[in-house]
Design a protein around this ligand. Structure first.
Ligand code: GLN
Length: 489
């Protein structure tokens, strides 16, 4: 018999339902892999006792016919989702002792769907980063290595790098992420797995520690497109506790995987042909276009003229919102307090000791662009450009049903690379941030390997509320790419 971790989420689900496997077998198997691969540092907090308790409940339900849709499926939870009674750090020292007394809507929905939580996955501090190296709990190490890289350790991407590494190394069957500017799609691309960020408002943000509220959106990672469809179905839906959550029915995402893209119009945005794009990525993109064309899709060139303003716009709006959201970590309302006799000194010492450099940089940028005198020049201007970027997509979608682009401008880089220059690090998000500014859904699908044997992803961008087309196109790309590479080989 093949090993339990050779199975996809959907295959495991079927074997649980047919009683070929028990939830206890599956859970114990994943918990033991977590022990073996602990050095990847994919989890900040492991929850084996909870997992075993949930597995026992799943086995009881599987036995008595009350199994829920994802009964017995072990998952990882990005440590940005508040989990009742379980420490939730946001990758920051300032929340090192924070044990929420409430459960985020997304994690609750996944729990109520029968999943088993193995632990809280590592992330860049407050989800700010593209490499997982800003975590106060040490960086996650990608399970992938360059063929000729002298075994150099690589980043798993970020900010949801613990989740992407855990799924890729099979330390869980699926995981949650959040995506403010690319934090699901970029790590999925770096780790050779599927990641989807749905439309803003599809998943509730309630109980997710806020980074930039108008951009943050939850989503999921898994090995296959079908697996992400099953997970996303379980965690989507209206939530009266989040005023930006949409009161719309959740479609049957897996039913959208028809394998048929005949007649679909796929837009290729010409502005995404950025300077200095590695030839391998250019080629992969062309390959993706050819795959869809031969599956019967129609390829159309479209223009998103404001693309070049997306990064600067994002890096004004996101820090502005972050500086406001992070004001609550003052040692009074939240945060590990550094005691000082005077109140102001206490605030300063608490924030100086609790936040890492990248978070401080963003708070400073955000405070600056929101300050009197600069507000109009930076923040208001950025909001105006954001509207233009959104309008670009609205215009493009008059000519097509979905867009195809690369997910990232490079494959995974080594830990420590890009650290000297924040702007270079920010360039990682060049293909992903526009969607967040426009509130649109996007998926990264593993499509090939670079010359070093590292995964590269293609991104499918959909219309608002049309994740179904993304799943449909994703399924076709997945079949055509037949991506079978695995890490540790
Ligand atoms: N890398 C981007 C940033 O640092 C995106 C992060 C995210 O999506 N959470 O802001």
């Amino acid at each position: 018999m093949s090993s339990i971790s050779d199975l996809t989420l959907d295959q495991t689900r079927r074997k649980l339902l047919s009683k070929e496997l028990s939830a206890k077998d599956v859970t114990d198997h994943y918990l033991s892999r977590m022990e073996v691969y602990k050095s990847l540092n994919a989890y900040i907090t492991e929850t084996p006792d909870l997992a075993q308790k949930q597995a026992a409940e799943s086995d009881a339900r599987l036995a008595n016919g009350t199994a829920r849709p994802l009964e017995g499926i072990p998952i990882g939870m990005k440590d940005l989702f508040c989990t009742e009674g379980i420490r939730t750090t946001a990758g920051s020292k300032i929340l090192g002792n924070f044990v929420p007394h409430y459960e985020s809507t997304v994690s609750r929905k996944l729990r109520d769907a029968g999943t088993i939580m193995l632990g809280k996955t590592n992330l860049d501090e407050f989800a700010m980063g593209s490499s997982n190296t800003t975590s106060a709990y040490g960086n996650t190490i990608s399970p992938w290595r360059r063929k000729n890289g002298g075994n150099e350790e690589l980043v798993p991407g970020g900010s949801s790098g613990g989740s992407s590494a855990a799924v890729s190394a099979k330390l869980c069957l699926g995981a949650t992420g959040t995506d403010t500017g690319g934090s699901i799609r970029q790590p999925a691309s770096f780790c050779g797995i599927v990641g989807i960020k749905p439309t803003y408002g599809r998943c509730s943000r309630w109980g997710i520690i806020a980074y930039a509220s108008s951009l943050d959106q939850a989503g999921v990672f898994a090995e296959t497109v079908k697996d992400t469809a099953l997970l996303l179905e379980a965690c989507s839906g209206f939530d009266p506790r989040d005023s930006t959550s949409a009161n719309l029915p959740v479609p049957d995402f897996s039913a959208a995987l028809t394998g048929d893209v005949r007649g679909l119009r796929i837009g290729i945005p010409k502005e995404y042909r950025v300077d200095n794009m590695p030839e391998e990525i250019e080629k992969l993109w062309q390959q993706g276009i050819d795959w869809l064309k031969s599956a019967g899709a129609e390829i159309v060139e479209v223009s998103l003229p404001h693309t070049k303003y997306a990064l600067p716009t994002y890096y004004i709006i996101a820090p502005a919102e972050a500086s406001s959201n992070l004001a609550r970590y003052d040692g009074v309302r939240y945060g590990v307090r550094q005691d000082k006799p005077a109140l102001i000194d206490m605030y300063e010492a608490t924030r100086a000791a609790g936040f890492g450099d990248e978070v401080k940089r963003r708070i400073m940028i955000g405070t600056y662009v929101l300050s009197a005198g600069y507000y109009d020049a930076y923040y208001i201007k950025a909001q105006q450009v954001r509207r233009l970027i959104r309008q670009d997509f609205i215009n493009a979608f008059e000519k097509c049903d979905a867009l195809l682009t690369p997910a990232t401008p490079s494959a995974a880089f080594a830990i420590g690379e890009n650290e000297d220059d924040p702007v270079k690090m920010y360039l990682n998000d060049v293909f992903t941030v526009s969607l967040n500014l426009a509130g649109l859904p996007g998926m990264s699908v593993p499509a090939g390997l670079d010359s070093q044997g590292l995964p590269l992803g293609l991104q499918i961008i959909g219309k608002a509320w049309d994740e179904e087309t993304i799943f449909k196109v994703g399924g076709v790309l997945e079949n055509a790419a037949n991506f079978k590479a695995k890490p540790f080989q």
